[in-house]
Design a protein around this ligand. Structure first.
Ligand code: GLN
Length: 487
């Protein structure tokens, strides 16, 4: 096995036992980036020299107590990283280098080896990584297909073993959906679990930070490190961070797993449905009790999300006016300068959302759209509260289809948005969700088999249970060990 194919756990053990050095491990990842990234475009910035210098420092210190020390990581280009360019994949931030690092990045520890900043949809607006100003990321399993989005660079880089793990953000599915499409593990923690300080805001009542890893166990390791109290993020909830790695080793006998009927709808690819149902049978074999449940307001998830998200986005993006933040397009007067700066600095999808958001927040339409969406949001939350009186967690497909072709949906926003149908509800209700590979399926329009993701949604702050179910599943199956062949 090549060093870059290791998991965090394996790499940490190898470093401790001095089987290899962090410099060697980092070099193998960097070599693989050099070999494959022209095709994949998973990175916007590669920090080769800084990574090797850090790895050397870690080797010299010989302290691998922090399980992430000396381990190469890719950081979505939405996290501020001190002295490393941070673009949010937008032209408007093309030349922005932050003077500080986000709390989540800092929490990885001083000895984390950042190999680069990963590609994404512009300001995290998208489900395919095609809206990046810096070129689209390709799916390592089939270069003609999208890796999902918006954290598509993070998931493609982990899937192709360019780094050992990555960080992403999830506002409506942006960690889980691309994890599903590229065959890796993606965890969105509970809203309020991980600090968002220093993460470029998309929609502040939905955004959450999480890991992209090769195994559920690695996701547990990273979550333990990045979850912390942070006075700089007022939405952080003051709750102990459990030892997730301990929790996941308990078996799942007698655990009640709900299967919401609204997530097996018309339009779901029959192969995806078959694979997910097999995974559910497997969970039953492991001793879980499978319970049919209903979340009746699920059908309003997408409309609610696509009103609340653009509303918050439009107000968050107001700061990129070329004066406070962002590159500037000079003009005769201030208004023209704003107009020119925003018209040239933002891409089509971001501008579309700013317009939708501004409209739904405007005086005449606020009650009919934004306020109404907030009320329905409460109903969706209550659906979950009700079923969680009955079951310990829920299992669903992560996406209705495997990876789709590049260019297939980009001109048709509604079809693109439908991809998020199973993921947005966890953000709306602030719940934790994880996606893990659970099989392969042939797409309707192709011959190559593609990964399928299983989503597990949990109660607030109960990441322990969903990680436990995922880990026990991975102990009994080997879907997570399948690798793409990037050639
Ligand atoms: N795909 C969703 C969107 O385009 C989710 C984005 C995200 O989670 N950042 O809004």
């Amino acid at each position: 096995m090549n060093l870059n194919e290791l998991t965090i756990k394996q790499a940490n053990e190898g470093l401790k036992k001095k089987e290899f050095s962090s410099v060697e491990l980092t070099q193998v990842c960097l070599d693989n980036i050099e070999k494959t990234d022209e095709k994949l475009k998973a990175f916007i910035t590669v920090t080769k020299d800084e990574a090797l210098a850090k790895a050397k420092k870690v080797d010299d210190a010989e302290n691998f107590e922090n399980p992430l020390s000396g381990i190469p990581v890719g950081i979505k280009d939405i996290f501020c990283t001190k002295d490393i360019k941070t673009t949010a994949a937008s032209k408007i931030l093309e030349n922005y280098t932050p003077p500080y690092s986000s709390t989540a990045v800092k929490n990885l520890g001083d000895d984390a080896v950042i190999v680069g900043k990963t590609n994404m949809d512009e300001f995290a607006c998208g489900s395919s990584t095609e809206t990046s100003y810096f070129g689209q990321t390709k799916n390592p399993w089939d270069l003609e297909r999208v890796p999902g989005g918006s954290s598509g660079g993070s998931t493609a880089s982990v899937s192709a073993d360019q780094c050992i793990y990555a960080l992403g953000t999830d506002t409506g599915g942006s960690i889980r959906q691309p994890a599903s499409l590229t065959g890796v593990v993606g965890l969105k923690p509970t809203y309020g679990r991980v600090s968002r300080y220093g993460v470029i805001a998309m929609a502040s009542s939905l955004d959450q930070v999480g890991p992209v890893t090769k195994t559920v166990e690695d996701a547990a390791i990273v979550l333990k490190q990045i979850a912390s109290l942070d006075k700089k993020d007022s939405t952080i909830v003051n709750k102990d961070v459990p030892d997730y790695v301990n929790e996941i080793n308990k078996d799942i006998k007698g655990l009640k797993i709900g299967i919401p009927k609204e997530y097996f709808i018309e339009g779901i690819d029959p192969e995806v449905e078959k694979v997910v149902k097999q995974a559910i049978d497997q969970l039953k074999d492991l001793g879980a009790e499978i319970v049919d449940v209903s979340l009746p307001h699920t059908k309003y998830g997408l409309p609610v999300y696509y009103i609340i998200m653009p509303s918050e986005l439009s107000s968050n993006l107001a700061r990129y006016d070329g004066i406070r933040y962002g590159s500037v397009e000079p003009a005769e007067n201030l208004l023209d300068q704003y107009l020119k700066t925003k018209a040239t600095g933002f891409g089509d999808e971001v501008r579309r959302r700013i317009m939708v958001g501004t409209y739904s927040l405007s005086a005449g339409y606020y009650d009919a759209y934004y306020l109404k969406a907030q009320k329905v949001r409460t109903l969706i939350k209550k659906d979950f509260e009700n079923v969680f009186k009955q079951v310990d967690c829920l299992v669903t497909p992560t996406t209705p289809t495997p990876a789709f072709k590049l260019g297939e949906k980009i001109e048709d926003p509604i079809t693109m948005y439908l991809n998020d149908v199973f993921t947005v509800t966890a953000n709306i209700a602030g719940l934790p969700g994880v996606s893990l590979p659970c099989g392969m399926a042939k797409p309707k329009d192709g011959e190559k088999e593609l990964p399928v993701g299983l989503q597990i949604i949990g109660k607030q702050f109960d990441e322990g249970t969903i990680l436990r179910v995922g880990h026990q599943y991975q102990q009994a199956t080997d879907w997570h060990t399948k690798k793409p062949n990037v050639d």
